[in-house]
Write a protein that binds this ligand. Sequence first.
Ligand code: ADP
Length: 180
Amino acid sequence: MNYEIYNNKIKLIKADITTLKVDAIVNAANSGLLGGGGVDGAIHKAGGHKIHEECMKFRNKKGRCHTGEAAITTGGKLKAKYVIHTVGPMWNGGYNNEEELLGKCYENSINLAVENEVRTIAFPNISTGVYGFPKKLAAEIALKKILEVMKTNKNIDQIIFVCFDDENYNIYHEMMRGIQ
Ligand code: ADP
């Protein structure tokens, strides 16, 4: 079941993010932008070598992508035109500014999207896999930040939260029902 709020501007779906036809999908990357497991691995695998090549160009020019920052590349073989790679914080009990850094991932990804005239963008549940961020807290931060952005931003037509696992989907579903 899909869920839509704000006149279809914010949407929740359960899907594999690599299958989506949107302007940009966001990747929960690592700071080396080398690809890895989870959603990162899936995106690099489905998008092909062009994504990796552009990640390496970014690294050669700017070095690592730090936690909370974002970098944009082609979507390669994906249906999405762009991939926005953002580096989520690894959960460390909340002692390393993880909450603010996770908010920055969403904010910086949106800023980069707007700069590149992206109108539809899909986010995975950043940091809630291998990086161990508590799922409910991560969803609260993501939703709060996106609602904030959508109040002032007129350039983005649609933001899609893409959940892969039932637990995240149920958390988002409950939360979005609460703000309907
Ligand atoms: P992180 O290191 O930021 O935790 P992970 O890739 O381990 O990144 O997990 C982030 C989230 O991405 C998890 O909630 C996981 O269920 C989800 N995920 C994994 N594969 C996909 C996919 N193909 N499409 C969408 N979400 C995915």
